[in-house]
Write a protein that binds this ligand. Structure first.
Ligand code: PLP
Length: 337
């Protein structure tokens, strides 16, 4: 046990989350990849979070937080419903979990969020509120409504219950592969990486925790360098789920990621495109860019994984076909050079 870890989350919180979310989020398969294992002379395992009912791991954190609020306050306090701002997958997860638990949900989305993700959230019965041109403006709308309407905010990453929920996937990985050498996960706000890091540092300190961010617009990268939360301009990416800031008032994930992440890489769009195409071609899995960044990092930075047992978190599958076409074109142009 390591009581020194910052972030306000304990291993006990992750175990509790696991019990709470059992009815709503799946224990997804950890599938061996013969192709990638051979290609890198390693044992490569794929954690298939793309198979969650909402298509991404975010269902873990959202389910944990909403279920915990219900336990703590009862349905009366949650009558006005829950509200969130999200680049897509978190909003979808909140909508799904709220519906499952019988609570109304509102999702505030900036104009950057692609139409397919908006439609998916509306289809889940949530009220969608289009507000502003950035994630930050969407967050402001959430704050307004919390005050004016008494709705309860479900933050996308910076909350102990969210981090604990995401951490449950690391428990599952370790149960299946206790000798794991490395785990790769996409890193944006840090709920996912923080949850994984928290579990690994305490249950399997030998496992190297690797975070992968975008080359451009990676707020976490610059915040770690600055030693405090900073905001950077958002840029469109094939991995749109990795866009957005970490919140200038970040309280949990920055410190936790800083304390538990062993290596950090950035990946350019061409590498993400190539990894997306490889995963479709070889694994027959259609994934969003954010889910492909682990493989993109291994390829782009030639990370030595030979002889190692490695898990890649395939974090989600919410990709529009036009976006995938863009990835294919980018990959084809890159291959021509
Ligand atoms: C949210 C998300 C991430 C990054 O998770 P953070 O907790 O924000 O770091 C990675 N992949 C997918 C598919 C996501 O939806």
């Amino acid at each position: 046990m390591n009581p020194e870890l910052p972030g306000g989350v304990t291993l006990a919180d992750v175990w509790q989350a696991r019990r709470r979310i059992r009815a709503q989020a799946d224990n997804t398969p950890l599938r061996y990849s013969p192709y990638l294992s051979q290609r890198y002379d390693a044992k490569v395992w794929l954690k298939l979070e793309n198979l969650q009912p909402t298509g991404a791991f975010k269902l873990r954190g959202a389910s944990n937080m909403i279920a915990a609020l219900l336990e703590q306050y009862g349905p009366q306090r949650l009558q006005a419903g829950v509200i969130t701002a999200s680049t897509g997958n978190h909003g979808r997860a909140v909508a799904w979990a709220a519906r499952e638990l019988g609570i109304p949900a509102t999702v505030c989305l900036s104009s950057l969020v692609p139409a397919n993700k908006v439609a998916a959230i509306e289809a889940l019965g949530a009220e969608v509120c289009r507000c502003g041109d950035s994630q930050d403006e969407a967050f402001e709308t959430v704050d307004e409504r919390v005050t004016s309407r008494g709705q309860v905010a479900i933050p996308p990453f910076d909350h102990p219950l969210i981090i604990a929920g995401q951490g449950t996937l690391a428990l599952e990985i370790l149960e299946a592969r206790p000798q794991l050498d490395m785990v790769f996960a996409g890193l944006s706000g840090g709920g996912l990486l923080g949850g994984i890091g928290l579990v690994m540092k305490q249950l399997s300190p030998r496992t190297e925790v690797v975070g992968v961010s975008l080359s451009d617009g990676a707020a976490m990268w610059h915040s770690l360098q600055a030693g405090k939360p900073v905001s950077v301009p958002e840029t469109p990416s094939l991995a749109d789920s990795l866009g957005g800031g970490i919140g200038l008032d970040n309280r949990h994930t920055l410190a936790l990621v800083c304390a538990t992440m062993d290596s950090h890489y950035q990946v350019p769009e061409t590498a993400i495109a190539r990894a997306m195409v490889t995963l479709l071609e070889q694994e027959k899995m259609l994934l969003e860019g954010a889910a492909a960044v682990g493989l993109a990092a291994i390829e782009h930075h030639r990370i030595p994984i030979a002889g190692k047992e490695v898990a890649l978190v395939l974090s989600g599958n919410n990709v529009a076909l036009e976006t995938f076409d863009r990835a294919r074109q980018e990959q084809a142009q890159d291959a021509d050079l």
